[in-house]
Design a protein around this ligand. Structure first.
Ligand code: HEC
Ligand code: HEC
Length: 519
């Protein structure tokens, strides 16, 4: 089962054009049509309640992905018949009307952005009860009344009668707990009504069209900066063009489209160079900043963090964001119309403004040999940014520190899922210097892995820190076992004459047969 892709969530433009809703005023008129669809498509199974809403539909709120998942389930399991265009209108309407406030989605954005799913749930009991089969984020990205949390428990057992015996849940009276006391606890923690939502639901998302300065980092490839031109195509729907420059000097152009849900949830589908990417960004309340992650459609572990700003004088980011004491660096400050004045902090000096464009300012910055390691404020016009001064790289952390890659391909229906690592340098005081180039290698994680020669069979770690898993299926060279592996990923960084190492844990697991919008 393939999850509904973000290309789906970014496809509102097509829908609106199809229905001839080109102008903004006409687009507003799609509200009644979404209501009419709810009536026509859902009300047969979801009767009207006394308050006039649809039973089951009206007492829950969730992310656009959460709604996409629910409507897909209606289609795949319960026989709902809708066209793709109708489904897009329904998801948009439901996510706008019953979405999450930015502060509610904040702790779980990693789930939406498809980052590594190694989580630290804030409630250990809930983690055991509800995050053994899927992520804690899937649960934390929902808001329900107590009866709706209870019905969700019933849905689990009704749809998967064996759920009770799965994922080691027989260490406790799982069903009794999740259908008994848990719904009230969940409603107290993640209830349907909240002040944050009451305040947010009246928020009108600002028009995001205009010219944006972009700054970002892609593990395995490096920093980038540039410009994004955004044009409004219909209400909450945009067309974008990108022109980006990478740290190695190469350039990439892109073109895409996006839809903004719930006033801030930007979902884009873009062709960047020869790659297709999905964007999961959030817009700030004032509409002057976009921030989040994009990833390759066919390899979601490979992607980039990105910030875009459009307010005059606003800074999106610095590349690199560190300079070595006694050294000098060429630093690109991405931002909109930054002007030419640049003041550096304690022990730092701007030697020269190398160039200034509408989207960036390139500076030559040097640091005193005696400058103490630590963050400095660099002031440009009215904006400030942080630049790190460091004396030496004392330690290296590999990000993510735990990761799962998946076997695949080999003629089967599921492609392999890669993993991408980045080496991040730190000072002796534990301050983050930033990503640095590294040499990559893998080793067996423990004695069992050593015995089974996991490092030989699991796959290949490329020089750019990207792990490409081996083929799925039985391997005759492993006496018919498959290529699963338990690996230690090692990054080796050189700084001056010193060599510094960092490690991460990589599991190479079997295919992911079922994927969902929120894992
Ligand atoms: C053919 C019957 C049928 C149709 C049509 C149908 N549903 Fe459902 N719906 C169900 C059933 C059965 C459940 C309970 C089991 C489940 O959650 O999958 C359900 C549950 C739900 C829930 C609760 C899910 C949860 O996570 O607790 C929501 C929300 C929902 N439906 C929305 C809709 C919407 C919106 C539509 C129309 C686009 C729709 N349904 C159309 C049968 C239907
Ligand atoms: C035995 C495995 C298992 C356990 C334990 C489990 N879930 Fe699920 N959950 C699933 C599966 C499978 C789905 C459906 C995925 C899909 O629709 O693609 C799901 C779906 C969901 C959804 C999405 C529903 C929607 O469409 O809106 C939520 C929310 C959820 N679970 C919450 C919980 C909570 C809360 C608990 C603990 C009480 C829990 N889960 C425990 C397997 C599990």
């Amino acid at each position: 089962m393939k999850y509904t892709s973000w290309r789906f969530l970014a496809a509102m433009v097509a829908v609106l054009t199809l229905s001839g809703l080109a102008s903004a005023r006409q687009a507003e008129a799609r509200e009644p049509s979404a209501e009419a669809l709810l009536n026509a498509k859902c009300s047969a199974c979801h009767p009207r309640t006394r308050s006039g809403g649809l039973f089951r539909v009206d007492e829950q709120r969730k992310s656009p992905e959460g709604w996409a998942m629910t409507v897909r389930r209606m289609r795949e399991w319960h026989g709902l018949i809708v066209s793709e265009a109708e489904e897009q209108v329904l998801v948009k309407h439901l996510a706008d009307r019953q979405g999450l406030a930015p502060s509610e989605s904040a702790p779980f954005r990693y789930g939406l952005e498809r980052r590594t799913l190694v989580e630290s749930p804030d409630d250990p009991e809930l983690a055991v009860l509800c995050a053994r089969c899927h992520s804690y984020a899937r649960v934390g990205l929902q808001r329900r009344t107590a009866p709706e949390w209870r019905r969700l428990a019933h849905m689990h057992l009704g749809q998967w009668p064996t759920a009770e015996y799965q994922a080691m849940s027989r260490d406790r009276r799982w069903w009794e707990i999740i259908s008994g006391e848990l719904p009230d606890k969940l409603a107290a923690k993640w209830g349907f009504d909240s002040t944050a939502w009451t305040e947010w639901k009246t928020h009108r998302g600002p028009d995001l069209s205009g010219s944006w300065a972009v700054s970002g980092h892609r593990p395995g490839k490096g920093d980038f900066h540039g410009r994004m031109e955004v044009r409004r195509a219909a209400a909450d729907s945009y067309r974008m063009t990108y022109s980006l420059t990478w740290a190695d000097g190469s350039a990439t152009a892109g073109e895409g489209r996006s839809v903004v849900y719930t006033g801030y949830e930007w979902r884009g589908a873009t062709r960047l160079g020869d790659e297709r990417i999905s964007e999961v960004f959030q817009a700030s309340a004032d509409g002057r900043r976009l921030e989040g992650r994009w990833y390759l459609d066919d390899q979601d572990a490979v992607g980039a963090d990105m910030v875009a700003v459009r307010g005059k004088g606003a800074i999106a980011g610095l590349s690199p964001a560190a300079v070595k004491a006694g050294g000098s660096a060429r630093i690109v400050v991405s931002g909109k119309d930054l002007g030419k004045t640049a003041i550096a902090g304690d022990g730092l000096k701007v030697d020269k403004v190398i160039s200034a464009t509408a989207d960036s300012l390139t500076l030559q910055v040097s640091a005193d040999p005696s400058a103490a390691a630590g963050p400095r404020e660099i002031v440009i016009g009215k904006a400030k940014a942080r630049l790190m001064v460091y004396d030496r790289i004392a330690s290296v952390k590999v990000e993510p520190d735990t990761m799962v890659a998946r076997l695949g391909g080999n003629g089967g229906p599921v492609p392999p899922a890669h993993a991408q690592f980045d080496a991040v340098a730190y000072t002796a005081g534990g301050l983050r210097i930033g990503p640095v180039p590294a040499e990559w290698s893998v080793a067996n994680f423990d004695e069992i892995a050593e015995h089974d020669q996991d490092a030989r069979f699991g796959g290949v770690l490329r020089p750019d820190g990207r792990f490409v898993p081996a083929d799925a299926g039985p391997n005759p060279a492993r006496r018919g076992n498959n290529n699963i592996a338990n690996l230690l990923v090692k990054a080796t960084v050189t700084d001056g004459g010193a060599t510094i190492g960092g490690t991460a844990h990589l599991f190479v697991a079997p295919q992911r047969w079922n994927d969902a919008e929120i894992r």
